[in-house]
Design a protein around this ligand. Structure first.
Ligand SMILES: [Zn+2]
Length: 143
């Protein structure tokens, strides 16, 4: 094939673009769009439900821990994290025992610049804003 023949074959750009739209979308963008929409709806539904806990606490450390781990399991199943209100990073909510707080304190557990860090520390359920669990490729260093 000569150079001019290759050029001739490449020329009709308008046509090849038309052909591409008739084929199934190989990038799966349509299904991804639909799934993103569904996932967003799941995230908001769970977030709405978790609003019931905000500002509350159970009478014992064990109970608070049990409820929080149930919530975490649910979030894990749907690929969600709680957004840390202090730094904005996706985090795992936990209840830690403290000498000064018998029922425990609610902390946001996350890695910041590679270091395990805890924020928060209120003795009641914090506001839980849900975010997507970051994929490995999407993780970026936070300032
Ligand atoms: Zn934080």
């Amino acid at each position: 094939m000569t150079v001019s023949e290759q050029d001739a074959n490449r020329k009709p750009e308008a046509n090849s673009r038309k052909d591409a739209t008739r084929e199934p979308d190989s990038s799966l963008s349509a299904i991804e769009l639909e799934l993103n929409r569904l996932h967003r709806s799941i995230r908001l539904t769970i977030q709405d439900y978790l609003r019931n806990f905000e500002g509350m606490q159970y009478p014992s450390l064990e109970e608070n821990q049990r409820v929080v781990s149930t919530i975490q399991r649910l979030l894990e199943r749907y690929g969600l994290r709680v957004r840390c209100p202090e730094c904005g990073n996706p985090s795992i909510l936990r209840v830690s025992s403290r000498k000064t707080a018998k029922r425990g304190v609610f902390v946001f557990d996350h890695n910041i610049n590679g270091k395990r860090t805890f924020h928060g520390g209120k003795n009641v359920f914090p506001k839980m804003q849900l975010v997507e669990k970051p994929g490995r490729r999407l993780t970026k260093p936070q300032s």
